[in-house]
Design a protein around this ligand. Sequence first.
Ligand code: SF4
Length: 269
Amino acid sequence: MIRHEAGHYCVIWISTKAVEPSVCSAAEHLLRKDGNVRAEWLPVVEAMAFSKLVASEVLGQAVKVVLILPDATAKNPVENLYHWVHSLEEHPFLAPTVHAALERARDLFVAVNGIPDRTQAEVARRVEQLRRHRAEGIRPSPQLGYHCRNCVYRGCPDFEICWGDRAGDPQHMFDLHQLYAVKDADGWNPLATPLIRAGKSSMYDLPDEAIAKSAHSARQEIQLAHTRPGKEWIDPGLKPALESLQYPLHFYDCETWRTVIPPYEGLRP
Ligand code: SF4
């Protein structure tokens, strides 16, 4: 979303991934202690940096970028907030009431302003490189790494253009649960990237010591122990948990509610 405010444009990004500002500030959720963007937020922050670059070029002036994040600890103070917002389409005369309701609900969200300089500079460098390659008719060589996990071509034959035979590894590293948590020796970046660049692709290429240090080692070790032999694993706690249930049971599918705005007063985003 782009908004024109007080003489400049602002590109607004909205994330559905909530943060807990009581644990650390919204900016600290995005950044590591060394000032670099955390791996799980990098695609979002790079996309923000790209949008800033494009918007500044198209509009011919400096552009600000803001990321809005839901605060998982805040509680909605307005009953039926979501429906108030939607009623605007049919009943524009309700605008003052709805805006007053939104003002009260402001604390449901926190904002992160700006993009780290080094991320912006890196995105600008890559854009320049692509421009040069296009002008000179050069086909860039693929830079394989952890980021390929979310490549739009993954699962399509075109993934093989970059990955060759390794695209179809039946025990692909990318299928490991929470692969990002298996870090390199510095403990910052996913170990997958250097391994992939060294020609590896299987989840069994990840060293045991690195898995043991992962924040998700328990599930990863279960997956590794059962994938290669093709064995099913059933958590021993599942049977007693199922037996302890009291019928009738009622189910609520959280995915049926797709808005980040809590519907009722007192609920969190
Ligand atoms: S598979 Fe190729 S196109 Fe996809 S992210 Fe990796 S390098 Fe880029």
